[in-house]
Design a binder for this molecule. Structure first.
Ligand code: KIV
Length: 294
């Protein structure tokens, strides 16, 4: 967004203190990042949800560090003024700290992320601490952690009883103590998320975690119904239906090609004198040679 100061982790903490909600959305490529930035989002997450919504996998588990670096780099090119967090994918932060550092280094140096996100609670606190001590901001992620879906036994709401709510609270506190700058709470009861948000000095970013988190994050393709067969989710509000717009647009294009009504006279280049007078100086209608040239 023109003239906007990019967010940083110090400002984020201040936003929590001031009660100003933090907006975050995922993006996976140049155009989605650019549009999200133009819309004024505070933070972009290059989520490993790209496995589901972009690469066609049925979970995030097959997503590799190569996939994440490739997509993060494209997002960084599209959103130069926005704080970008990239997911460390499945099993890239459970070995030695040196191995973890290699993955973090790739996301930051090759992908140009400003921070990394990791799924897990107290059990990864030492790793989070090591990364933070190396100067890298870490976004925690607890509640439903999709990389562990096979262990959890499905995409289930977390924190439903007192014992589970306490486990989440302990995990959140362990991540805060390890130096995480904020924590994503995914599919957590509103009551548990509210208690955690109150107990922490760092912001909570909810997805399916109710109204009392310090910020909200949603998946780009959910916000915009950017898919061929959208499945309603209780915690998502859709703000547009671009899947239908895209399908209708391409259907019309195919129809016009088949009936030869596209290209029409205004789309063609010609050497004939009468048409030549109407030729633009460049490929683009606005006379500028590069897309996005200002
Ligand atoms: O990968 C992702 O998009 C996420 C969000 C659901 C928080 O982790």
């Amino acid at each position: 967004m023109a003239g906007k100061q990019p967010l940083n982790i110090v400002k984020m903490k201040r936003m929590k203190k001031d009660g100003e909600p933090i907006s975050m959305v995922t993006a996976y490529d140049y155009p989605s990042a650019r549009l999200a930035e133009e819309a004024g989002v505070d933070m972009i997450l290059v989520g490993d949800s790209l496995g589901n919504v972009v690469l066609g996998y049925d979970s995030t588990i097959p997503v590799t560090i190569e996939d994440m670096v490739y997509h993060t780099r494209a997002v960084a090119r599209g959103a130069e003024q926005t704080f970008i967090v990239a997911d460390l994918p499945f099993m890239t932060y459970h070995g030695s700290l040196d191995e973890t550092f290699r993955s973090v280094r790739r996301l930051m140096q090759e992908g140009h992320a400003h921070a990394v996100k990791m799924e897990g609670g107290a059990e990864i606190a030492d790793t989070v601490k090591g990364i933070v001590q190396a100067g890298v901001p870490v976004l925690g992620h607890i509640g439903l952690t999709p990389q562990s879906v096979n262990q959890i036994g499905g995409y289930r709401v977390q924190g439903k009883d007192a014992q589970d709510a306490k486990r989440l609270m302990d995990d959140a506190k362990a991540l805060e103590a390890a130096g995480a700058f904020a924590i994503v709470l995914e599919l957590v009861t509103e009551e548990a998320a509210s208690e955690i948000s109150k107990a922490l000095s760092i912001p909570t970013i909810g997805i399916g975690a109710g109204r009392h988190c310090d910020g909200q994050v949603l998946v780009y393709h959910d916000v915009l119904k950017y898919t061929s067969s959208y499945r309603e989710k209780k915690f998502v509000k859709t703000y547009a239906d671009i899947g239908t717009v895209i399908r209708d647009g391409i259907t019309q294009y195919v129809k016009e090609v088949k009936e030869r009504s596209f290209p029409a006279e205004q789309h063609v280049f010609s050497t004939s004198a009468s048409n030549k007078e109407r030729q633009p100086a460049s490929l683009y209608g606005d006379g500028k040679d590069k897309v996005g040239l200002k």
